[in-house]
Design a protein around this ligand. Sequence first.
Ligand code: HAM
Length: 414
Amino acid sequence: MNDCLPDATDTWQAFEAIVRDWLRRYGYREMRTPILEHTGLFKRAIGEVTDIVEKEMYTFVDELNGESLALRPEGTASSVRAVIQHNLLYDGGKRLWYSGPMFRHERPQKGRYRQFHQVGVEALGFAGPDVDAELIVMCADLWRELGIAPTLQLNTLGDYESRHCHRAKLIAYFEANQDALDEDSKRRLHSNPLRILDSKNPAMQALNDAAPRLMDELDEAALAHFDTLQALLRANGIAFELNPRLVRGLDYYNRTVFEWVTDQLGAQGTVCAGGRYDGLIEQLGGKPAPAAGFAMGIERLLSLMEVAGTPLAPAVSDAYIVHAGDAAQAYAWQVATALRSAGLAAVLHCGGGSFKSQMKKADASRARYAVIIGDDEVAAQQVTLKPLRGTAEQTCVEVTLAIEYLKQASTEKA
Ligand code: HAM
């Protein structure tokens, strides 16, 4: 779990501002759900035989009432729970998003943390491939804005009947090859054979490559859905790779699944992932309704932006006010108030000291200008504006004019 120190927080806030505006432009609305939920919610939604539920959830018993609670490992289950609880789909589909910390007790490494942050997007109540395409197109749009270029991997898992048939064939196939299975796969053989295909064990690769393919079981409706999605993506200029091995680590998916991946971040190369989950709302007790969505890992996206050299403008204050002498200090307080009332960010030097030492602090403060106030300025009821970056000239002006200059400078940098 990481601390986010002020320099990093500046970057996060710049990223969040871009994301917020991007979601607004696509008509998605923010929803905030609790970080704690009943453990049973995640078991039912994500699946009992998944890495997340079996070994990664921070679960504890609430001693006051004996309930088992968990820190949320992802946001889809909570979103669906809230949508059902508040009957949000009563008047049709909803486009929602959320952002915040998620918790998984994984082995920490670069790009994999125990507290990490997602922006999640869920389109609930829409059945067609058009909304799948919208979700993917909007990701591509964001990547352009962030100056990164992950690649899109796409697959379809078909519907529940096809998966059921495929599952039976997989079990038969792996049973016939029991001796070649590793321990994890043996354990999953009857509970979740699809997850065997997801094995990272190189010794399992040949066996997995020759396993029965879900693609061969897909019914016409699921194939048509997938074909239309691909046509929409092509029409929108979105390149993708079909990856029949893409199965995802959460059980709620059906039909479309996708991952945006990069080879620039080492082992943790998936920056965004999602798909359709048409059965989940009903499974969690709601009226049957289709749904699709995705979530991106903020830490991974920021790392990728760093690799790509995309600058995220650090926030700077407009002015650092230095002053010497009692009269100057009183005037400096007034000037600070005037600047802030005008919407400018002004840091008033505290702790006294010589002009020289105060100017060092101003330089280090990342302000655009030092506002210098000495006896001369008090007498003239003016301030000296000294640029700390850029090529502007030092100048002595009245406060109202200083405010105009500082506002101008802040829009130039924006
Ligand atoms: P997920 O694939 O488990 O899907 O996570 C989505 C993204 O979160 C990953 O692609 C990755 O970028 C990031 N992520 C996951 N675990 C970690 C970690 N330990 N450290 C850093 N980043 C991580 C979901 O969570 C689904 N709820 C997505 C979804 C939404 N599907 C439909 N709607």
